[in-house]
Design a binder for this molecule. Structure first.
Ligand code: PLP
Ligand code: COI
Length: 330
């Protein structure tokens, strides 16, 4: 089951009719039966999102910035020429799935949460390379713990010569094909003993793009939080949130700019961030045989720890969130 701790009972399904999304329904059926000629199987018309529901100390259940997942899924749907989702349908699906599976939402206090996976696929007989005429939107969920083993222990990463996405390709949306492209370099990194892979910008291979299925951030020796600016990275909601936290809550300077792979010594700390990764400290990056170590290479740095603590307190309702970041479900 990989990252999921268990399967849950209910999922939501909705379909298009004549290109328009219809109201959906909850079902216990985990299997989807679709035509062998469906676009999703051959031409990759598939897109997903990932967000989490957190249980607070008082037993409330809340989502973290789901409005940004809603905007991002529609950006992706436009990119694969699939019908955009109405806001009401997106939220109804997520909230119904969370409520229906409420007994499987991890309790407050042990760092677990309910991972929610909305996705859209193009289905129906379609042999030519063109958009589907029919679509499925579904949402399922699973309780999860940490994505990378080790929690706040710093992990070792390695760069790859492969790209997960082209410079003007699909890197900035969550299409399934980006993840298919990432499996081989990920496997190579893991076989070589690393926690994961660092992608460089596809045009020049001289700047950091992403860390597997997470964004990259780093802290300079004079405490500036840096995240890469690139047309091929997924605009991470966690990344946008830690930029805000650093600037407005921790009083740091922040910069979205290039992080040159040959100039990693400018950073005292580095990390990966994402819904699944949360904040995972990077202990070292190996590039063409040269290993750059951040801090002591093993324990979390001071700024990374502050970012982590603030973010996690907001997730679980232990700290007041900036306006509009939290949506209560239960
Ligand atoms: N980058 C990639 C390629 C991802 O798949 C994800 C996960 O969603 C992220 C970054 C992190 O994005 P977010 O913080 O919105 O989860
Ligand atoms: C996420 O952080 O939501 C991701 O997309 C990572 C993943 C489990 C693919």
């Amino acid at each position: 089951m990989g990252y999921a701790l268990k399967e849950t009972k209910y999922r939501y399904r909705a379909y298009t009719e004549n290109g328009t999304w219809q109201k959906g329904f909850l079902t216990e059926d985990k299997n989807i039966s679709i035509h062998e000629g469906s676009n999703v199987f051959h031409y990759g018309q598939a897109l997903f999102e990932g967000l989490k529901a957190y249980k607070t100390k008082d037993g409330d259940v809340q989502l973290f910035r789901p409005d940004l997942n809603y905007i991002r899924i529609n950006e992706g749907l436009k990119r694969i020429v699939a019908p955009e989702l109405p806001e009401e349908l997106f939220f109804e699906a997520i909230e119904e799935v969370v409520r229906a599976n409420k007994d499987d939402i991890p309790e407050y206090g042990d760092g677990k949460s309910l991972y929610i996976r909305p996705f859209v696929i193009g289905q129906g007989m379609n042999l030519g390379v063109k958009p589907s005429e029919e679509y499925l939107f579904s949402v399922f969920c699973a309780p999860v713990g940490t994505y990378f083993k080790g929690g706040l222990a710093a992990l070792d990463f390695v760069t790859t010569d492969y790209d997960r996405a082209a410079a003007n390709g699909t890197g900035k949306v969550k299409v399934a094909g980006n993840y298919a492209a990432s499996l081989y370099p990920r496997q190579q990194a893991i076989d070589a003993g690393y926690a994961g892979v660092i992608y460089l910008d596809p045009l020049t291979h001289s700047k950091i793009d992403e860390v597997g299925a997470a964004n990259f951030f780093a802290v300079t020796h004079d405490n500036v939080l840096v995240t890469p600016k690139s047309s091929s990275i997924l605009p991470s909601i966690t990344k946008r949130s830690i930029l805000y936290i650093a600037e407005h809550m921790l009083g740091m300077k922040v910069e979205e700019r290039d992080a040159h792979i040959d100039n990693l010594d400018e950073f005292k700390e580095a990390g990966a961030c994402g819904t699944a990764a949360i904040i995972t400290p990077i202990g070292s990056i190996t590039h063409k045989g040269k290993k750059t170590i951040f801090g002591d290479g093993e324990t979390v740095g001071e700024v990374t720890k502050k970012l982590y603590d603030t973010l996690v307190k907001i997730y679980y309702g232990d700290m007041e969130a900036p306006e509009g970041w939290i949506r209560k479900v239960l």
